[in-house]
Write a protein that binds this ligand. Structure first.
Ligand code: GLA
Length: 380
């Protein structure tokens, strides 16, 4: 049974009547362009075939009534006065309602059954997926047109100003605008996007280290500050505006840590644009090299890797079928990705699982994923 069908049936079982819509918003992995989004730079993520699904129908009141299938929890809130209540997953949906209201949308209430197959806390953006699914739900019930970029911005605002996580725009953009079979090159300043086809015979494999790090938020915010300091030093709004030549000419006077943070961002932007180009040339070998270089830079200059992520990347890169591997997402734990020759994926998965297990004593989760479309809606 498809997840859409399951969401529909579970809605009917829980609420006692059929839903009007099923919405779906995917998680993501980032191929390259890490810690560049909040520097107004470039990213190249794909939307994966793991998603949040909400089956829903109107309540004809101002009430939003929710049930989460996986968490076996229910909640409700009123659109008349949205309050913080520290209700974890519900706050993301309230945050969307709040941000939509701030932007002037007139919202109607709905009842929804939520189900998800995105592992939580693994760095695959389950929260952005929940935000975009909720935004699609509000759009459907309230009767306003779906504007993907605007809704990605609403998602980011909800996460930043309601939930309190100071994220960039990448996760929401890809969950809203992903395209099947393609990576999405996003200019995080103009929000212009370009779909880039994945090279043929390439499979994207997600390698979950089975580690989750606390303190990610503070380390993330610290890096954002360091990037801002570097931009101030160069007298520009964001590191996006610093060329390699300008960096080479002036950067020596920077504090050594800030120097390395800035070097990562500047080079990662260049690598990301090159990666999009090599993808359009169907050059998997060159793409793999850029991905490997990104990992080294994240490990040594940006310092967001971990022993387990390094180990996982190492295990992947040792396989001859692997074109390239690196950590993906914020770092410190969670997932790496590998680009693997499609014919050899099974052997790759088996060998990497055993080698990672032997080296760390941890049981990794390995998913083969395909690039899917961004947030969708089906009328029932
Ligand atoms: C997290 C954030 C994104 C981005 C990445 C790092 O996933 O939510 O906005 O900054 O980290 O590239």
């Amino acid at each position: 049974m498809s997840t859409q069908e399951q969401a529909r049936l579970e809605f009917e079982r829980y609420f006692g009547h059929p839903p009007s819509f099923v919405v779906r918003a995917p998680g993501r992995v980032n191929l390259i362009g890490e810690h560049t989004d909040y520097n107004d730079g470039f990213v190249l993520p794909i939307a994966v075939d793991r998603a949040v699904w909400i089956a829903l129908g109107p309540t004809f009141t101002q009430k939003v009534i929710l049930h989460s299938l996986e968490l076996k929890r229910s909640a409700e809130f009123s659109l008349e006065k949205i309050k913080h209540e520290n209700q974890e997953w519900v706050e993301y949906i309230k945050g969307i309602a709040w941000a939509l209201q701030q932007a002037g949308y007139l919202l109607k209430g709905w009842e929804g059954l939520i189900t998800s197959d995105i592992p939580m806390g693994a760095g695959l953006s389950s929260s952005a997926a929940l935000e975009l699914a909720a935004a699609r739900a509000f759009a459907a019930v309230s009767g306003y047109p779906w504007e993907a970029i605007k809704m990605a911005q609403i998602g980011q605002q909800a996460e930043r100003d309601w939930v309190g996580v100071n994220c960039g725009i990448m996760d929401q953009m890809i969950s809203a605008l992903g395209q099947a079979g393609h990576g999405l090159l996003i200019d995080c300043r103009s929000l212009k996007t370009e779909s880039v086809p994945l090279p043929p015979d390439i499979t994207v494999v997600v390698l979950d280290t089975a580690t989750r790090r606390g303190l990610v938020d503070s380390a993330y915010n610290e890096r954002r500050e360091q990037c801002k300091m570097a931009a101030r030093f160069f007298g520009v709004p964001a590191l996006r505006d610093v060329s390699q030549t300008e960096f080479d000419a002036k950067a020596e006077a920077l504090d050594p840590v800030v120097f390395r943070r800035a070097r990562h961002v500047i080079k990662e932007n260049i690598r990301t644009l090159q990666a999009a180009h090599t993808m359009s040339q169907k050059d998997a070998v060159k793409l793999g090299q850029l991905i490997n270089a990104s990992h080294i830079s994240l490990r040594d200059d940006f310092e967001v890797s971990s022993p387990e992520l390094d180990q996982m990347v190492d295990c992947a890169q040792q396989e001859s079928a692997c074109y390239g591997a690196r950590l993906t997402g914020a770092g410190f734990g969670g997932c790496a990705i590998a680009l693997v020759h499609a014919d050899a994926v099974q052997k790759f998965t088996e060998t990497v699982t055993i080698n990672y297990q032997t080296a760390t004593g941890l049981q990794p989760e390995i998913y083969v994923c395909t690039a899917t479309d961004g947030a969708t809606i089906t009328s029932i």
